[in-house]
Structures are given as structure tokens and as C-alpha cells.
Design a binder for this molecule. Structure first.
Ligand code: MG
Length: 171
């Protein structure tokens, strides 16, 4: 049986990941309205990845015979005044999610829940990648965002992102 405190945090994380999906969908929506469909595509796929994350926590709990409680998903309420606002909000959000995952890991470590630690290893690595992606996006925008031709090229590049299922598969 998984420790109650760990199980509660894992259950909360389902909600946090669905909120992430919602937030990225809102970012996609922003870029759709801006006419930057490549950016919109990139964030829509990001939203899809976050739903996958939520489902991994959901399934992990079920596989370990824990009750799952689904809570209300918060409304994304950030107001984006420019493209850079979106990109910076993305990085801030990923840093927050990293802190959440690290906290669950720390609690699992405390109670010697090695199974959950092993499950979370994938997410620890994933968060490193998410933060790198968010930082790369900001760097690219800083370099090229103010030039319309370069922004067009960047938009084209982001349009090529395709969805791939997470490499973590639970039985
Ligand atoms: Mg996530």
C-alpha cells in the first residue's frame, strides 16, 4: 500500500497536470488568435503531453490500488499581452511543476517508497526537458521575434512538431 501522504500528493498531481494541459491550451488559443499557427500547434501538442502526464499519475494510483479523486480544474486566468508573456509564463509554470514533482519525490524518499521514487524518475527527467524547451523558446524569440521574416520561419519550424506518446508506459 502506498503511504497516504504520498498517495494524496500523487492524486493532486493529476489535477496539476490537467491544469497544465488547460494552461497550454489557452496559450495555443492565444497564438491561434495571433495568426501564428505554428506556435499554436506547438502549444496544442504540449497540452496533449500534459494530459498524458495526468493519465500516468491516474494509472499509477489505480495500479497500486489507491483511490483516485478528481477535483475541479482551475481556469487559466493569465492575461497575455504579448508573445513573450506566454513564453515566460510557460517557463515559470514548468519550474513550478518541477518543484511539485521534487516535493513528491522528497516525501516518497522520506517514507522509503522506492516504487514511487522509481515511477517519478521519469518525471524528474521530463521536467528537465520541459524547462530546457521553455528556455530555448524564450532564447529563439529574443533572437528572432522582433523580425517578421524570422518570426515567420520560427512559426514554420514550430508547425512541424508532431505528437509522440510518452516513453513511460505503465502496465
Ligand atoms: Mg507535465
Amino acid at each position: 500500500m502506498i503511504n497516504k501522504k504520498v498517495a494524496d500528493l500523487l492524486n493532486d498531481q493529476i489535477n496539476k497536470e490537467f491544469y497544465s494541459a488547460y494552461l497550454y491550451l489557452d496559450m495555443s488559443n492565444y497564438f491561434e488568435r495571433r495568426g501564428l499557427k505554428g506556435f499554436a500547434n506547438w502549444y496544442r501538442i504540449q497540452a496533449q503531453e500534459e494530459r498524458d502526464h495526468a493519465m500516468l499519475f491516474y494509472q499509477y494510483l489505480q495500479n497500486n490500488d489507491c483511490n483516485v479523486t478528481l477535483f475541479v480544474i482551475g481556469q487559466p486566468d493569465k492575461e497575455f499581452k504579448c508573445d513573450m508573456d506566454v513564453l515566460r509564463a510557460g517557463l515559470t509554470h514548468e519550474e513550478y511543476v518541477t518543484s511539485l514533482i521534487n516535493n513528491i519525490y522528497a516525501v516518497a524518499y522520506e517514507v522509503k517508497d522506492f516504487r514511487t521514487m522509481q515511477f517519478l524518475d521519469w518525471f524528474i527527467k521530463e521536467q528537465g526537458e520541459e524547462e530546457t524547451n521553455a528556455r530555448d523558446m524564450i532564447t529563439k524569440m529574443e533572437l528572432f521575434g522582433s523580425d517578421p521574416k524570422s518570426l515567420y520561419m520560427l512559426n514554420q519550424e514550430l508547425a512541424t512538431r508532431i505528437y509522440t506518446a510518452p516513453s513511460l508506459v505503465l502496465d
